[in-house]
Design a protein around this ligand. Structure first.
Ligand code: SF4
Length: 439
């Protein structure tokens, strides 16, 4: 490795929005020191791969990305390969043995260590370096990570092994970052952490999400604030009331529950109970106008009986969630569930298919109910060649939820703009709309 920092660097990001956020911080710091971020790994002197180590398919995807980078290193060039993130945090020793072409392995949030390793003069850097950030999302929305790590011990989950205990960021630091994002044109803040309702319990010894939201609502230029990853045992009714009364916090309740029978919630070590879960969703629908309910379930978890699965299906039919994610259980070593017998993949797949087919019908029925109604839409992307634009309602988060497809749009329609749109047609997941007016 030469004594000088690489000039051209390519960053590959895998996994969740927390990883996207971390990569953006790292990229901001690299650019601060004058590195050029290149889209093509072939053109880079150093390739940094920010990996995911959550479940088997994600781990495989990360290993594949590393192998692709290794292939670019053949032929004796001095390309450097740096691996960081969750997979590396979890399996550094194993990976070092299996992937000798990788120059260095780092854990999560190891920004300064990576820059130091690449010979950037980090030690002379001013404190605000931490706040340098290069957005990789469209410039009108940005993820805002308010804390990292998790204090829960869900039986199936390896995240605490990779990300450690929950660490809230100070309110002032988060609000400061939100103001800088607004100043650079961000209109939608997407609040993320492993457990957003836990915010403050470590740092301030009490829940302070509502206080944080009240401050974020004062940030000029921000029009939408979206919450992700609420945890059932720490959701307070006060939060639902704040969401109901806010003009900026979108009516979008994302609360992964993973299962619904008390028996399974116990086996999964989720804490709480099905009565409170139902109550939160009921209160949300009663108090928050036009609220979109989003949740996720794991099927095929060790211990899940046919009866548990029947109860889960009934719950999905009864609740008719607006947005639903379903995952098959992944047998992850060092998690509590790893000690329990794993279920055959066919059973997991069959339960996944069955639950998704129930949800497809519900999703289509709910979308049909929007036909003829008007809704606020943010434009994410415009295809001028075909006169088509793609946007989202307040009930849709980027990448994971539905899209509003707008045809024959005027040429002055641009990403980041808000429009009143009439929904004219519906599909299972996406809907079609017609622009009424700019907002
Ligand atoms: S809340 Fe549970 S599932 Fe979520 S990150 Fe923490 S341990 Fe994992």
């Amino acid at each position: 490795m030469s004594g000088k920092p690489p000039r051209k660097i390519h960053v590959t990001t895998l996994g969740c929005s927390k990883n996207v956020y971390d990569s953006e911080i790292l990229m901001g710091q690299l650019e601060y020191f004058g590195a050029e971020l290149v889209d093509e790994p072939e053109a880079a002197e150093a390739i940094i791969i920010n990996t995911c180590g959550f479940i088997t398919p994600a781990k495989q995807e990360s290993v594949d990305a590393i192998l692709e980078a290794e292939a670019l290193k053949q032929g004796g060039n001095n390309k450097q390969i740096i691996v960081c993130g969750c997979l590396s945090a979890r399996y550094a020793r194993e990976l070092q043995k299996e992937l000798p072409a990788v120059d260095a392995f780092f854990g999560t949030e190891a920004f300064t260590d990576i820059l130091r390793y690449l010979k950037f003069p980090v030690d002379q850097a001013p404190e605000f370096l931490y706040h340098a950030r290069t957005l990789t999302t469209p410039s009108h929305y940005a993820y805002l990570k308010i804390g990292e790590g998790c204090n829960h011990t869900c039986a199936f989950c390896a995240i605490p092994l990779m990300r450690g205990r929950y660490r809230s960021r100070p309110i002032s630091e988060i609000v400061d970052e939100a103001s800088r994002l607004a100043a650079q044109g961000v209109k939608e803040l997407i609040i993320i952490s492993q457990d957003t309702t836990f915010y403050g319990l470590d740092l301030y010894k009490k829940q302070r999400l509502v206080d944080l939201l009240r401050e974020l609502e004062t940030v000029e230029g921000i029009r939408w604030i979206r919450l992700h990853y609420l945890y059932p045992t720490t959701v307070q009714d006060e939060l639902l009331d704040v969401m109901a009364g806010s003009t900026k916090i979108v009516p979008y309740l994302d609360m992964p529950v993973q299962h619904i029978t008390d028996r399974m919630l116990k086996i999964m070590k989720r804490g709480g109970n099905s009565r409170r879960i139902r109550e939160i969703f009921r209160i949300a629908r009663e108090r928050i106008p036009n609220v979109t309910l989003r949740t996720t379930f794991i099927v095929g978890h060790p211990g899940e009986t046919e009866e548990d699965f029947e109860a889960l299906k009934e719950f999905v039919q009864e609740m008719a969630f607006d947005r639903l994610g379903v995952f098959t259980y992944s047998h992850e070593e060092k998690t509590a569930a790893y000690a329990l017998p794993d279920m055959p993949e066919e059973i997991k797949e069959a339960r996944y298919e069955e639950l998704m087919s129930i949800q497809r019908e519900i999703a289509f029925r709910l979308n049909e109910q929007w036909v003829g109604r008007e809704v606020e839409v943010i434009i994410d992307e415009v295809d001028n060649e075909h006169g088509v634009a793609y946007g989202r309602t307040p009930g849709d988060s980027p990448e994971i939820d539905n899209e509003v497809i707008l045809e024959n749009v005027p040429t002055n329609v641009e990403p980041g703009q808000f429009y009143r749109v009439q929904i004219i047609d519906a599909q299972e997941y996406d809907v079609f709309g017609k622009i009424i007016e700019a907002l």
